[in-house]
Design a binder for this molecule. Structure first.
Ligand SMILES: *Cc1c(COP(=O)(O)O)cnc(C)c1O
Length: 365
């Protein structure tokens, strides 16, 4: 039996705020007095166009998106974009691209891109005094002739975060922001393309948000791009070239409305950093928990750690689950423990988990 009150710390599909769930429950039976379910709203109807336009408006306002950028919603997760980005951005398979390797997801993106173009792989992690660090951007060995540079500011699996913003002259920067989108203030103008799957901070799985600069929409002019993933078509048809996943869009709309109500991104960023600081403090002050990432490069959305005695992992997961803290298991590729703190996780959930972790450490260290 679980505690009545539980907190879901899953890396994905992440927690949805209670007011949003409540609204969904209501709209499932009758959306906005239409007498039909929100799931039945046709994407060509005025009702749905309203959801689309209001979603874009929220995004523009929250992220302060410049006018020379378009918003696209594309089928599938961020992983789909690992192939779709090179397909849209290259002119031939002999084109060169720069890919930064900083962990699990950026490495997968590299292996996918290699199918379509020449990839200059740039490893940016190193270890100093037993701590993982990231080379500063001006040390990244970027080639002169690459079409774009791809990197992942927050490695969701490893818990590694690159706070520095790109400033490369004339280089198109593509960023996989899946686990930090809308969790902080971000200067969009530093990027050519930002993409993020929606199941972490902005709703449900199966959809990816793209924010793309106008001059990058129509680079590959050959007709080899699958039409449904062609950025030019997605822009032209307002992301509805084929029937879109309307329910996911609708949930994203509610999430953005909720986020706006929280007071915008500078406020949310501050809370998010407070939340992660509380937990890193518990980790650093104990002999039981270990995080070997240099503090400057620690993720504030995905906190990874191990316990000194590996046999205690199972017990930690079992006890935390019984206490109502769900999904704390690390990604299967790295093991250990992972706490994901997206916007929806309230401060009280973090404080309660911190207390649990402190008590656990006094018992077992
Ligand atoms: C979750 C995640 C992905 C994969 O997203 P899917 O929706 O499963 O395709 C890719 N990159 C990052 C940084 C992620 O956090």
């Amino acid at each position: 039996m679980l505690h009545k009150k539980v907190f879901n710390f899953s890396a994905s599909q992440a927690m949805i705020p209670y007011p949003v769930l409540k609204q969904i429950k209501k709209d499932l039976l009758d959306w906005n007095n239409t007498k039909i379910s929100v799931m039945e709203i046709n994407h060509r109807s005025d009702y749905f166009v309203y959801i689309v336009e209001s979603t874009k408006k929220y995004l523009r306002k929250l992220l302060n998106i410049p006018l020379n950028y378009k918003i696209i919603f594309c089928f599938g997760g961020a992983r789909v974009q690992f192939s779709i980005i090179p397909i849209n951005f290259i002119k031939s398979k002999f084109n060169s691209t720069d890919y930064i390797n900083s962990g699990y997801w950026s490495n997968i993106a590299i292996n996918e891109a290699k199918k379509y173009c020449i990839v200059n792989r740039i490893d940016v992690l190193y270890k100093e005094n037993g701590l993982i660090k990231v080379h500063p951007m001006n040390n990244w060995l970027i080639s002169n002739n690459s079409l774009y540079l791809h990197y992942c500011p927050n490695e969701t699996v490893d818990g590694i975060y690159i706070d520095e913003l790109p400033n490369f002259h004339n280089h198109v920067v593509v960023a996989d922001c899946s686990s930090i989108i809308l969790s902080r203030v971000l200067d969009i103008s530093k990027f050519g393309l930002i993409y993020a799957s929606t199941q972490k901070n902005i709703g449900l799985s199966g959809l990816t948000l793209l924010i793309i600069r106008d001059d990058l929409i129509n680079i590959n002019k050959s007709n080899t791009i699958p039409s449904t993933f062609n950025y030019q078509y997605l822009v032209k048809y307002n992301s509805m070239f084929s029937t879109p996943p309307t329910f996911i869009w609708y949930v994203t709309n509610l999430m953005l409305k909720w986020l706006t109500k929280q007071g915008g991104l500078s406020k949310v960023e501050k809370i998010n950093k407070t939340k992660s600081n509380i937990l890193y403090k518990i980790i650093d002050n104990s002999n039981l928990y270990h995080n070997n990432i240099s503090p400057k490069y620690r993720s504030y959305t995905n906190i990874t750690f191990t316990l000194s005695n590996i046999n205690l992992h199972k017990l930690f997961l079992k006890e935390s689950h019984h206490a109502g803290f769900l999904n704390l298991s690390g990604h299967k590729a790295v093991g250990g423990i992972r706490i994901s703190l997206y916007n929806s996780m309230p401060l009280i959930g973090v404080k309660k988990l911190a207390k649990f972790m402190y008590n656990f450490s006094t018992r077992y260290s």
